[in-house]
Ligand binder design. Structure first.
Ligand SMILES: O=C(O)CCC(=O)C(=O)O
Length: 281
């Protein structure tokens, strides 16, 4: 078999795979480390391990249906540059509230960076996929390119480690700012594959499997992220983030993930969205 996946990895990682296989390490755990610490594509990681084993192990079907998810086996997660708190977890649908994802300075710097670029936020048109203003979403927003600045790259690498999902399988950050009375009425983040407009957006990168909403500000009153199907409301706190899976493990949209940004009553709410895609985006 041509060892293309294995050979595409840096030599140090190739040696690491071969060494760990020789010590009979568990392939699933190895793949997890390759994705988390090496930032490799999950399918590439599995294939490289399979190639290095000379056919003794096979990629499990799970690798193909892998989902972004957060390791919530303890109350904190050590990423390479920050200790993040696990504040609340829900198993199904999968929702995790995280604390201390961004420092106060990082949240303020991201907000300041985008301030001059904010424009009325759009939604995707169901018929043709164009993005248009709509009364259901009254915030202002701005898109940031992936790795646009050192800070953006640092935050994206941290989110990738938390969700164990490669940076290149995600959209750039989308900043949203809500003044008093602004809101985003109940909606889904997943694209409806039955509708022509959203289907166009799936051509690049596939489905939006999971979402991070990162709170870049505190809000005096109002502005919760609400999940009306099961009565959950999450209050914005600067530096915190909520993560949720938009689909089941087979990437089928989950209607329980209906959610909203409820109207801000007093103060200004600023968030950064990060959508994690099925494939390279
Ligand atoms: O504002 C929020 O809390 C949620 C935002 C949201 O759902 C979105 O921008 O897609």
């Amino acid at each position: 078999m041509a060892k293309t996946a294995l050979n595409s990895l840096p030599n140090a990682w190739q040696d690491w795979i071969i060494g760990n296989l020789a010590r009979a390490c568990e392939p699933d755990g190895m793949a997890e480390i390759l994705v988390r610490d090496g930032q490799f594509d999950p399918a590439l990681a599995r294939l490289a391990i399979e190639e290095a084993s000379d056919g003794r192990i096979k990629s499990s079907p799970l690798a193909l249906t892998a989902m972004p998810d957060i390791d919530t086996r303890s109350n904190c997660i050590r990423t390479s540059d920050r200790v993040v708190d696990v504040l609340l977890t829900l198993t199904s649908p999968r929702i995790v509230l995280l604390g201390n994802v961004l420092s106060d300075e990082e949240a303020s710097a991201l907000t300041a960076y985008c301030q001059s670029r904010l424009e009325r936020s759009p939604v995707v048109n169901d018929d043709d996929g164009t993005i248009q203003q709509h009364q259901s979403r009254t915030s202002r927003g701005a898109f940031i390119q992936r790795m646009e600045t050192e800070l953006v790259g640092r935050v994206e690498a941290r989110l990738a480690q938390l969700a164990r999902w490669p940076v290149d399988h995600s959209e750039g950050l989308q900043i949203q700012q809500y003044d008093a009375t602004n809101e985003y009425r109940p909606h889904f983040d997943w694209f409806d594959p039955e509708l022509p407009g959203p289907r166009k957006h799936m051509e690049r990168g596939g489905q939006r499997l999971a979402t991070f909403v990162i709170y870049l500000s505190d809000v005096e009153s109002g502005g919760a992220t609400a999940f009306p199907e099961f009565g959950l409301e999450i209050w914005p706190k600067k530096g915190n983030a909520v993560f949720f899976q938009n689909t089941d493990s087979q990437h089928v949209p989950d209607r329980r993930t209906l959610h909203a940004g409820t109207p801000v009553v007093r103060g200004v709410k600023t968030i950064a969205n990060k959508w994690l895609r099925e494939r390279t985006y």
